[in-house]
Design a binder for this molecule. Structure first.
Ligand code: SF4
Length: 374
């Protein structure tokens, strides 16, 4: 039996190398991470065919003064992960983990529980092992993720099973939802894949088609309410709607690349970052197109996606599509794009850059995408 472990870069992750580091962003929920120099080497070598042990021996131990045993332990997961978690909790951060869970064993579950982690989100693409494992490119990963969920639930930890809808798993959300119920986990679904930070849209091919999207929005068990109400043509935004905030980025969640905690205190970044302050200042009334759109008060517009299209205060085509799938009413932006000789898929998108050490780099931002909760 082959006991070697294989690691592969997920197709649902966008990456960009900046110097020795790599910025990676989950295309499914736009969470942004920075990989340090060593993690970057592992990331670049994770082809799904080279065993982790071989990557560590050939790429890490030859470049760094470290033994294979120690390096392998680091490669499996940050050894200081729980120290960071403990430090953050001591400073009263609310911690929500996003992971595939495959390294969570009893000991880790004990510590997660003891540290009062708010929730652990685990991506489950399908209840069918072949489908899930083909997406993660890790054979046996569904089984391991389910084991982690069981372990966490046995500790009474709030587990969220996140199901990202793609062409490969379009028929499986009911199965994942049933699995979540069986395991006592919350089920959430995200029906869209977003472009990569460098503006590459090839990953959008994984998005489900309009009919499938419409089906999701018309599924009462998914939207958790009255379909007629949920899909009803919205009223144009009123005066109260004009003060609505576009998303939680910069308010209750960071989600915006706005400073480096290795160089500055988080509290100073949070309070003084020009990027965060700019994001915080945006209200619906500041958006020339969306404030006049009939969907303005109900749309899940993502400022990060709008930024990719050139204007953080502008509409986001993918959100226009979602509003259309929900209500059957096309926004002006959607109509204009559909009529345009330059279709959306041929537009050049802004390349989101990570913050450079120099102070006045262009703001870069990513935000959470909308999620259908059930
Ligand atoms: S549907 Fe499009 S134009 Fe209308 S509010 Fe949403 S993003 Fe803006």
């Amino acid at each position: 039996m082959n006991n070697k472990r294989y690691v592969a870069r997920s197709t649902a992750i966008a990456a960009r190398v900046l110097g020795d580091e790599t910025m990676i962003m989950s295309a499914t929920n736009s969470t942004l991470f920075t990989l340090d120099e060593v993690a970057t080497v592992i990331w670049e070598s994770a082809d799904g065919a080279t065993p982790l042990e071989e990557i560590v021996a050939n790429k890490i131990c030859t470049q760094y003064d470290i033994t294979p045993e120690v390096a392998l332990k680091d490669a499996e997961g940050r050894r200081d992960f729980f120290d960071i978690l403990e430090y953050a909790r001591l400073r009263t951060f609310c911690i929500k983990l996003k992971t595939n869970g495959i390294l969570i064993r009893k000991q880790e579950a004990d510590r997660i529980k003891a540290l009062g982690v708010e929730s652990v989100q685990i991506s489950i693409y399908s209840h069918v092992p072949e489908v899930h494992d083909a997406i993660t490119k890790l054979p046996g990963s569904l089984k391991q993720s389910i084991e982690a969920i069981r372990r966490l639930r046995a500790h009474g930890i709030h587990v969220i099973m996140a199901n990202v809808l793609m062409v490969q798993n379009v028929h499986d959300y009911a199965g994942v939802r049933a699995l979540a119920a069986e395991l006592g986990a919350q089920f959430i679904m995200d029906p869209t894949i977003t472009p990569m930070m460098d503006g590459d849209r090839s990953i959008l091919n994984l998005n489900v088609d309009e009919a499938a999207l419409r089906e999701v929005f018309q599924n009462e068990s998914l939207v958790g309410g009255n379909i007629e109400e949920f899909c009803a043509p919205p009223l144009a935004p009123g005066e109260d709607d004009m003060d609505q905030l576009p998303c939680s980025a910069g308010h209750t969640a960071c989600y915006v690349s706005s400073g480096n905690v290795r160089r500055m205190k988080f509290v100073d970044i949070w309070s003084d970052s020009p990027q965060l302050n700019e994001v915080r200042s945006i209200k619906l009334r500041d958006m020339p197109t969306c404030s006049k759109c009939t969907h303005g008060g109900t749309c899940t517009r993502c400022p990060g996606l709008a930024y990719l299209e050139g204007n953080m205060r502008g509409p986001s085509y993918q959100d226009c599509e979602k509003s259309y799938a929900r209500t059957g009413i096309p926004s002006e932006n959607l109509k204009a794009r559909k009529a345009s000789s330059q279709p959306y898929h041929s537009l050049r998108l802004v390349q989101i850059q990570g913050l450079q050490p120099a102070a006045h780099a262009l703001p870069s931002r990513v935000t959470e995408t909308s999620v259908v909760n059930a």
